[in-house]
Design a protein around this ligand. Structure first.
Ligand code: SF4
Ligand code: SF4
Length: 220
């Protein structure tokens, strides 16, 4: 029937509209700012940088590989790599971002930076009240503003953060086991070398034979 699809669509819309007044699950409109929608784990607004432990600088996961900067579609990430290195979460010396800015007036919340980061260093935040009257720089978030603790990450995305923690702990255990095996192998090699008998000094070359006496001639 001509227009059947349109009628079906309108019926579905009407059902949802009426249902939004009686069903809690459908109450999608809240009287903001007096009321707040409940936080949902899958929400995402702008990215933030994760750090572990109490020290934001020491625990910063970002190693300044700049993959996110290259992959960001609107190019709103600006990174300056350090010249020196600091230990990462497994103790390996790594570079770190001296500067890490995200221009959230350009960011389109696509989450590509999160997906390409090999170090689980950048995640999506759920803070959305970020309006400012500072049009120059007010929406340019620097490293200090972007850095947030792993505990904060757990508070907004608990399932995802727990999964990341498990993966990082697994990687760390693997690296530590490898380092331990290498240390044990080196110690065993050193012990074997110490226990091995010293090899004998090469024998002295035989003394040169004196010249044989020249045969005397026959009876003269
Ligand atoms: S969310 Fe998308 S647009 Fe925003 S910084 Fe990440 S990659 Fe760029
Ligand atoms: S956030 Fe991730 S991808 Fe971006 S520079 Fe840091 S480590 Fe690399």
């Amino acid at each position: 029937m001509l227009g059947e699809g349109i009628l079906k669509g309108l019926a579905e819309t009407a059902k949802n509209f009426a249902g939004s007044y009686v069903s809690k699950e459908r109450l999608t409109t809240v009287q903001y700012p007096e009321e707040r929608a409940e936080h949902i784990e899958a929400s995402r607004v702008f990215p933030f940088l994760v750090y572990d432990g109490p020290d934001a600088f020491a625990g910063m996961r970002c190693v300044s590989c700049q993959i996110c900067e290259k992959e960001c579609p609107p190019k709103c990430i600006y990174i300056e790599k350090s010249k020196d290195k600091k230990p990462d979460y497994v103790g390996k010396p790594q570079n770190y971002p001296v500067r890490f800015d995200i221009d959230i007036s350009v960011c389109m919340s696509c989450q590509i930076c999160v997906e390409v980061c090999p170090f689980d260093a950048i995640k999506m935040d759920s803070v959305f009240e970020m309006a400012t009257d500072n049009r120059f720089g007010g929406l340019l978030l620097d490293r200090e503003k972007l850095l947030k603790s792993n505990e904060y990450y757990h508070s907004i995305h608990p399932t995802e953060a727990t999964e990341v923690d498990g993966r990082l702990a697994e990687e760390k255990a693997k690296v530590e086991a490898k380092a331990k095996a290498a240390a044990e192998a080196a110690a065993a090699k050193a012990a074997a070398e110490a226990a091995a008998p010293k090899t004998a000094a090469p024998a002295a070359a035989p003394a040169a034979k004196p010249d044989a006496p020249k045969p005397t001639g026959g009876a003269e």
